[in-house]
Design a protein around this ligand. Sequence first.
Ligand SMILES: [Zn+2]
Length: 84
Amino acid sequence: MCLCCKAGMGHGKVYNTDTLEVHHIIPIEEDDDRKLDDDNLITVCRVHHEQCENGRISREKQKELVTESMHEENSEWGGGIYVL
Ligand SMILES: [Zn+2]
């Protein structure tokens, strides 16, 4: 599930969860070494991915969401996506 949708950032609306994408909080162009870091990756839907890209969702906020999700014990939705 999209972390932003899960956090209610779609204003109570959950966007399409079929098309999950992985967003790099710190872009690869900026720091290639971090492209596989778990805490640099956030799973988002297409709508929120765009907002992450254009800065409507700040990097700080993205990081916060990732950190939160990592601390969740029962993650039926977490860890389902791997970037190879
Ligand atoms: Zn979303």
